[in-house]
Design a binder for this molecule. Structure first.
Ligand code: ZN
Length: 414
């Protein structure tokens, strides 16, 4: 009796319920990689008509890391490591996504679990590592996605272990990047992977947890409580983030934009304050000018008042029938008044000052509301003379051909 041929699932290690689907994947991936063409004369390495490149594993892990550390030695080992690991994670994650996309389309795979199953087999065939998926895994295409798995024979762990005794940190960052990239493409959700234990570090396995970014810390925390390694270790696990630099740059840009808006707002406020100050300044200047004008007018009015209201009557009084003593007193009075007024006369260039004593008398009476006929009687002259004086007064006050009432104007000068 011949036993029916039962193929082994030997490139990956999965829970029983996944065996069938992984076997299918193993078959077509094996076929894919069995069609090989190598032609160094054309610089060609090809599987199933798809071109590949061969890269030394160490140059992409330990040696790359060393180069970065040297390049960034001024910034310290931790920053150099972060930079190198972020870079390697981003590259591997991108390659994982792109490889998955191309592979699915070429092999016509559409079901998410079938897509996922091709990943670890493809991973083994391309030389990264083999994959052991743990039974606690729950790869569902939603935020409950949880994958816990080991990468036996990790290319990165090996590269480090050959050159260094033990690292203080997990090193299989490209493994993490590639597998999360592949699974992200399979399920259409954002996924990140953290290596929680690493052989290069002296741990028993290279072990990874893959989950949506919002859940990964929670899963690591949960795992750490039943792990054989002491709890402290898991607190310091870096969770790589795809294109972290891009997010940081975006954050920086957002911050910059906010800052610019703030500056704009402040500038606007300052401009408004400046405007108000300028307006206040203008208002003050106007008030000052008005005060100066008023001061000048007050001085002029003072002088005009003396000329109009006192001097003509004093003059007339002095021509009356007075005793010698009285005349002397009046002369003294006139002298004193002139002394008071004279400093102003020199200071002011009043347009009223060239009024004759007679005109000043007439103007004063007009201002007081005395009608022409009465003025003529009071000053003992004809009505025509008063009319003529009024004409001259208007001319000297520059009121000719203007519809301005003489009395009102004279009152306004008071
Ligand atoms: Zn590792």
């Amino acid at each position: 009796m011949t036993q029916p041929h039962k193929p082994d699932l030997n490139t990956v290690n999965v829970p029983d319920n996944f065996t069938k689907v992984f076997l299918t994947a193993q078959n077509y991936v094996r076929n894919y990689f069995s069609i090989i063409e190598r032609d160094p004369e054309k610089g060609l390495v090809q599987f199933s008509d798809e071109r590949y490149i061969l890269v030394r594993a160490s140059s992409m892990s330990k040696e790359f890391f060393d180069m970065m550390t040297q390049l960034y030695q001024d910034r310290g080992e931790k920053e150099a490591r972060t930079l190198a690991f972020n870079f390697l994670f981003d590259i591997a994650h991108s390659i994982g996504k792109a490889d998955a996309k191309s592979f699915f389309s070429k092999m016509n795979v559409t079901d998410p679990i079938e897509k996922l199953s091709a990943g670890p087999v493809h991973f083994a065939y391309t030389g990264w590592a083999t994959v052991k998926i743990h039974p606690m895994s729950n790869p569902t295409p939603d935020e409950n996605y949880y994958l816990i798995y080991d990468h036996p024979y990790s290319l990165e762990a090996q590269a480090w272990m050959e050159k260094e005794e033990k690292t203080k940190f997990p090193v299989c960052v490209m493994n993490a990047g590639y597998s999360s990239g592949w699974c992200e493409e399979s399920f259409g959700i954002a996924l990140v992977t953290a290596e929680i234990e690493c052989r290069a570090k002296g741990d028993r396995h290279c072990r990874f947890i893959m989950a949506p970014p919002s859940k990964i810390k929670e899963y690591i925390n949960k795992y750490s409580k039943q792990a054989y390694i002491k709890y402290e270790h898991y607190k310091h696990i870096d969770v790589p983030e795809f294109f972290k630099r891009k997010r940081l740059e975006d954050d920086l840009q957002t911050y910059k934009t906010q800052l610019e808006k703030l500056v704009e707002k402040r500038t606007d406020k300052l401009t408004k304050t400046n405007q108000r100050l300028e307006e206040a300044n203008i208002a003050l200047k106007v008030i000052l000018k008005q005060m100066e004008t008023k001061k000048k007018t007050d001085q002029e009015n003072f002088l005009v008042n003396i000329k109009h209201s006192i001097m003509p009557f004093l003059d007339q009084l002095s021509q009356g029938n007075l005793s010698r003593e009285q005349k002397a007193l009046i002369a003294q009075l006139e002298k004193n008044i002139n002394q008071i007024a004279s400093p102003l006369v020199s200071k002011l260039s009043s347009k009223y000052l060239n009024l004759t004593p007679m005109e000043i008398k007439v103007a004063t009476l007009v201002k007081d509301g005395v009608v022409n006929k009465e003025i003529a009687n009071l000053l003992n002259v004809s009505l025509n003379t008063i009319t003529s004086h009024r004409y001259k007064i208007r001319t000297k006050l520059e009121l000719r051909n203007k519809k301005i009432n003489l009395r009102s104007y004279l009152r306004s000068l008071e």
